[in-house]
Write a protein that binds this ligand. Structure first.
Ligand code: SF4
Length: 323
């Protein structure tokens, strides 16, 4: 059976020009697919380009090259205000810092209904808006008394619930969750994750889940893409990637995940990566990971490895794996 793909990118690029004519290649030729009703996890260390990729998909940033297809329609052309309004009805985003992304001068009700006021295709009476806001608050586990309060009156977890209600207000098909739990207390993280999973089941939502916490990516994702310096290093189904990681970078990231069982945790062999991620202004010309890879060979410093299938549906960009 063929896959039902809601969003696809082909060779997507987002470059930023900086002083001195230099270029930061934040997203450098990324091709991904998101299946309808499923979750694609984007994993990697901070600065690997995963958040920029999410923001390019929702057109906070204009792509520098490549294509984005939503429901089979090319949406990568130059965006107008009208175009972004239409896109906002299909794709929404939940941000990392639930406080910074909520206007402190607006009530929860105003925050949730703002998208309706800005979109000229949405016509609702004040009574309809009120009813829908109360319904959304209930959906995310808040109640009607919260509607007229301001963001500072809520805890971090509650603010993230408001952010989720705002995203849901447009009835999106796809939500980009950009590190949605990393600013929250550990005790609250599981509640927000379970809320996202319940909403996905109930509303057939598709997610792109951006996180550096690989255990959270594993918990929620159907497919996972591991990114490094703006490129995909490995891409596979959740079970295949976590069961049979192939790329040296993925293996190093996985080796850093603590294990709940104390006996197994004692035996865990952590792969220490040397050095920092190189600057995306001056990425290595061969494999982008070659300056930190314990297995780098001369060819790795000269030629970028192609992202190739090493098992059905399992793609890896490594000369060692693909030779
Ligand atoms: Fe390491 Fe070479 Fe593979 Fe890159 S291509 S991950 S440097 S072995």
């Amino acid at each position: 059976m063929s896959k039902d793909i809601i969003l696809e990118t082909h060779d997507l690029k987002k470059y930023f020009k900086i002083k001195g004519g230099r270029v930061v290649k934040a997203v450098d030729g990324v091709s991904i697919q998101v299946e309808r009703g499923k979750t694609l996890g984007l994993a990697g260390e901070s600065g690997c380009g995963k958040s920029t990729l999410g923001r390019t998909l929702i057109r906070i940033y204009e792509p520098s090259g490549g294509a984005i297809t939503l429901n089979g329609k090319d949406v990568s052309g130059k965006s107008t205000k009208r175009f972004r309004q239409e896109l906002a009805r299909s794709i929404q985003m939940i941000f990392q810092d639930p406080y910074a992304c909520l206007n402190p001068r607006m009530t929860v009700s105003q925050i949730i209904s703002e998208g309706w006021d800005l979109n000229r295709d949405i016509h609702m009476t004040p009574a309809e808006k009120k009813e829908r806001v109360l319904g959304l608050l209930q959906t995310v586990g808040l109640n009607k008394e919260h509607a007229n309060r301001f963001p500072h009156e809520f805890s971090g977890g509650q603010r993230q619930r408001i952010g989720i209600a705002r995203a849901l207000s447009m009835h999106p098909e796809l939500i980009i969750c950009d590190e949605p739990i990393s600013a929250l207390d550990v005790s609250i993280q599981a509640q927000v994750m379970n809320l996202l999973l319940n909403l996905q089941r109930e509303q057939q939502l598709s997610y792109i889940f951006v996180a550096h916490d690989l255990s959270m990516v594993r918990y929620i994702s159907d497919t996972v893409a591991v990114m490094y310096l703006g490129s995909i290093m490995e891409y596979a189904s959740n079970g295949e990637l976590y069961g049979h990681p192939q790329h040296p970078y993925t293996k190093a990231l996985f080796s850093a995940i603590p294990v709940a069982n104390p006996k197994t945790e004692k035996k865990r062999n952590r792969i220490q990566l040397e050095g920092e991620i190189p600057s995306p202004i001056n990425a290595p010309k061969g494999c982008k990971f070659c300056t930190r890879c314990p297995y780098a060979k001369p060819v790795c410093h000269e030629k970028p490895p192609a992202l190739k299938e090493c098992a059905p549906g399992h793609l890896v960009a490594c000369h060692l794996v693909n030779e």
